[in-house]
Design a protein around this ligand. Structure first.
Ligand code: NAD
Ligand code: IPM
Ligand code: MN
Length: 361
C-alpha cells in the first residue's frame, strides 16, 4: 500500500469549509484504487493562529512541512482580523518562496454542465503558466517619506533564470497539448522589464521549433480571453499578469469558485503546494454555500502531480457529471450546498478500471 503524506492547511474563511470536502473525496478515490492511502497532517495556521501566536506559521513551519509529499492549502486571509500583507506574505507567499515553488499552473476550460457567462463561446481549454517567484512580486521596495512627499516604491525584478524556467515549463507543457504558447507582454508601455521578457521569449522559443508562438500585450490579452478564449493553448505570464489572467480564466469558466492551481517546485527539492485560485471569500463564509469544486479540482492536480493520473481523470470526469446533473452551488446558478455537491461527487465516484474494485455505495 502506497501512503501519500499530505500536509493540510485549511487556512481561513471558506478554506475551512471546502478542505474537508476535498479530503473526503480523495479518501474515496484511494478506497476505490485499493492500493494507495492518504495520510493527512493538519496545520491550524491562519489569521486566528496569528492573533494567538503573533505569526502566521511557526519559525520551523517549513521544516514541519518539508517531509510531506505535497501541501494542500485552502485559502488564507481575513482582512478584518489581520492585514492581507501580513497574513498572505506570512503564510502563502512564505511557503511558495521557501519551497521554491517557482511555477504556478492554472488551467481554465469550458466545463460540461456550467454555462459560461460568455454568450456561445467556442470550446476553450487553456493553461496559464504563471511565473511564481519574482517579477512584480519582488521584495524590493517600500514606503518612504511622509506628509505630502509620502510614497511607495515597488521594484519589479525579472531575472533571465526566472523567466527562462517559466517559459521552458510552458513550452514543455505545450508539447503535450496543442503546441502553441502565448507570451503575455507589455513592451509597449514604459515597463523596462518587458522588452527583456520578450527577448528571453524569443531566445527560449528558438529551442522549440515545433511550437507556434505569439506575444500579446496584457491589456489586449485580457480582452481576448473574453472575446476568443478558444484561440489559446498555453499562456506564459509574469507573476502579477498571471494572477489577473487566471481570475479572468476562472470567471469565464463560470466562477472563481471552481478554478484550481498548483505551485510547483521544479527541482524536486521541496514539496509542491496545491491551492485553488480563489481566496477565503469573507462575503459568503459560514453560509455553507462555498463551491467546493475549486478545492476538489485542485486535489485532481495534486493527484496528477503524485503520478495518480487515472484517479485524477476519473475525478474531473465525475465533477463534470455532477454538474451536468444540475447539482451546483449558487455561484454557478444552483441551490445546492457545499456538502451536497461533495456528496454527489462522492457517491458518483465509481471506477471503470480493471485494476480497481469499487465498493458499492
Ligand atoms: P475571493 O476569491 O476570496 O472572493 C472573490 C469573490 O468570489 C467573492 O464574491 C467570493 O464570495 C467569491 N468566491 C470565491 N471563492 C468562492 C467559492 N469557492 N464559492 C463561491 N464563491 C466564491 O477574493 P477576495 O475577496 O479578493 O479576497 C478575500 C480574501 O482572500 C483576502 O484576504 C485575500 O487576500 C485572500 N485571498 C487568498 C488567496 C489564497 O489564499 N490563495 C487567493 C485570493 C485571495
Ligand atoms: C492568488 C492570490 C495571491 C497571489 C495573493 C493572495 C497573495 O491572489 O493565489 O491568486 O497574488 O498570488
Ligand atoms: Mn489571485
Amino acid at each position: 500500500m502506497k501512503k501519500w503524506e499530505i500536509s493540510v492547511i485549511p487556512g481561513d474563511g471558506i478554506g475551512i469549509e471546502v478542505m474537508p470536502e476535498a479530503t473526503r473525496v480523495l479518501d474515496r478515490l484511494a478506497e476505490i484504487h485499493g492500493g494507495i492511502a492518504f495520510s493527512y497532517r493538519e496545520y491550524p495556521w491562519s489569521c486566528e493562529y496569528y492573533l494567538e501566536h503573533g505569526v502566521m506559521m511557526p519559525e520551523d513551519g517549513l521544516k514541519q512541512l518539508e517531509q510531506s509529499d505535497a501541501v494542500f492549502l485552502g485559502a488564507v486571509g481575513n482582512p478584518k482580523l489581520v492585514a492581507d500583507h501580513i497574513s498572505l506574505w506570512g503564510l502563502l507567499v512564505n511557503i511558495r518562496r521557501g519551497f521554491e515553488q517557482v511555477i504556478n499552473v492554472r488551467p481554465a476550460k469550458q466545463m460540461k454542465g456550467i454555462a459560461s457567462p460568455l454568450v456561445n463561446p467556442k470550446e476553450f481549454d487553456f493553461i496559464v503558466v504563471r511565473e511564481n517567484s519574482e517579477g512584480e512580486y519582488s521584495e524590493v521596495g517600500g514606503r518612504i517619506h511622509s506628509g505630502e512627499d509620502e510614497m511607495a516604491i515597488q521594484n519589479a525584478v525579472f531575472t533571465r533564470k526566472g523567466i527562462t524556467r517559466a517559459m521552458d515549463y510552458a513550452f514543455e507543457l505545450a508539447k503535450t497539448r496543442r503546441g502553441h504558447v502565448t507570451s503575455a507582454t507589455k513592451s509597449n508601455g514604459i515597463v523596462h522589464s518587458m522588452p527583456f521578457w520578450d527577448e528571453v521569449f524569443q531566445d527560449v522559443s528558438k529551442r522549440y521549433e515545433d511550437i507556434q508562438t505569439q506575444s500579446v500585450h496584457i491589456d489586449a490579452l485580457s480582452a481576448f480571453l473574453v472575446s476568443k478564449p478558444h484561440t489559446f493553448d498555453v499562456i506564459v505570464a509574469s507573476n502579477l499578469f498571471g494572477d489577473i489572467l487566471t481570475d479572468i480564466g476562472a470567471s469565464i469558466m463560470g466562477s472563481i469558485g471552481i478554478a484550481p492551481a498548483a505551485n510547483i517546485n521544479i527541482n524536486g527539492k521541496y514539496p509542491s503546494m496545491f491551492e485553488p485560485v480563489h481566496g477565503s471569500a469573507p462575503d459568503i463564509v459560514g453560509q455553507g454555500i462555498a463551491n467546493p469544486i475549486g478545492q476538489i479540482w485542485t486535489g485532481k492536480m495534486m493527484l496528477d502531480h503524485l503520478g495518480e493520473r487515472e484517479l485524477g481523470t476519473l475525478l474531473l470526469d465525475t465533477i463534470e457529471e455532477v454538474l451536468q446533473d444540475g447539482i451546483k452551488t449558487p455561484d454557478i446558478g444552483g441551490t445546492a450546498s457545499t456538502i451536497e455537491v461533495t456528496d454527489h461527487i462522492f457517491n458518483k465516484l465509481n471506477c471503470g478500471h480493471s485494476w480497481c474494485q469499487a465498493p458499492s455505495v
